[in-house]
Design a protein around this ligand. Structure first.
Ligand code: NAP
Length: 287
């Protein structure tokens, strides 16, 4: 449907944004669902954020996605935060209910929904997560809500893994979950933890084009009954995923997470189910 005088505004804010799949994913979904909406991207940094948010509110935007570097500052501008957004203090989705802004972080729930859709049950599982940046924090927060048994967080900058574990432990008082932070340079410990875990997650940018095409761990450490997830989605199959497939591991790719985090944003804004299969086909050319 072409935009008209009743078209509702949706947006992506952050910087850089020109590589994002979100405008194509959401505009395709509006068309499919007969929703009179238009999703645009606005380059926004920390300096311009407050003005951009004020403008979106004045224009009665229904909601917006938030990407780097304004996820944390956007959380501070929200009137209310969902459970997982409170844990990590950052948002990637905002719903504007008549000027009342509610912030969510859908990366983690999108990651675990993709796991579920691929037949992976994470309850009571033991997970090794590498990374302590924005995406890793969202996955770690959601892991608590999914009742995993053990979460071992490795990061190159150890202090960030420690800070993440500390933040998470404030929310685990009544839960039977063990959260440990470790230094990524300790390869012996990393291998031993992977040997004892059910799921391995790369939530760093290692493996992403054009930066590098490395694997974050030695592929010889992979084994058939390990679920291997890589949240990097450029390339569509990272070196880690290729090696894991060779070892016949179940592999969860980054594109699945992209799709499902968008699906949750779409649902929070519109109350409608996101047309996952259509978006896969039309936006990502995946059948
Ligand atoms: P971020 O906040 O900048 O965090 C980057 C993480 O990668 C940090 O833990 C960083 O460690 C680590 N890292 C970077 N280079 C490294 C290296 N050479 N060796 C070891 N660790 C390294 O970024 P982010 O937003 O979390 O995104 C991380 C990746 O996930 C990106 O590739 C992004 O495209 C992807 N992503 C995917 C989805 C999805 O839906 N599939 C969603 C969000 C992000 P330090 O703390 O030591 O710097």
């Amino acid at each position: 449907m072409l935009p008209d005088a009743k078209t509702k505004l949706f947006a992506l804010i952050g910087s850089p944004i020109d590589h994002s799949f979100s405008p194509s994913m959401h505009n395709t979904s509006f068309e499919e669902k007969d929703i009179n909406g238009c999703y645009l991207a606005f380059d926004t940094d920390e300096e311009t954020l407050e003005d951009v948010v004020k403008s979106l509110k004045s224009l009665n935007a229904i909601g917006w996605n938030v990407t780097m570097p304004v996820k944390t500052k956007m959380a501070e501008l929200c009137d209310e935060l969902s459970e997982e957004a409170q844990i990590i203090g950052a948002v990637n989705t905002v719903v504007n209910q008549d000027g009342h802004l509610k912030g969510y972080s859908t990366d983690g729930i999108g990651f675990f929904r993709n796991a579920k859709e691929n037949g992976v049950d994470v309850k009571d599982s033991s997970i090794v997560l590498v990374g302590a940046g924005g995406a890793a924090r969202s996955i770690a927060a959601q892991a608590i809500l999914e009742d995993v048994k053990k979460l071992t967080i490795y990061n190159r900058t150890f202090s960030k893994a420690q800070k993440l574990a500390e933040d998470l432990n404030k929310y685990t008082e009544n839960k039977d979950i063990e959260i440990i932070a470790k230094d990524l340079s300790d390869a012996i410990s990393l291998k031993a933890d992977i040997d004892e875990s059910d799921i391995f997650i790369n939530a760093t940018s290692v493996g992403m084009n054009p930066i590098n095409n490395d694997s974050i761990i030695d592929p010889n450490w992979l084994r058939e009954d390990l679920v291997v997830a890589d949240i990097v989605y450029t390339p569509v199959k990272t070196k880690l995923e290729e090696e894991a497939l060779k070892k016949r591991c179940k592999v969860l790719d980054g594109m699945g997470m992209v799709l499902w985090q968008g699906a949750y944003s779409f649902n929070y804004w519109t109350g409608e189910e996101f047309p996952v299969d259509l978006v896969k086909k039309k936006v990502f050319n995946i059948d």
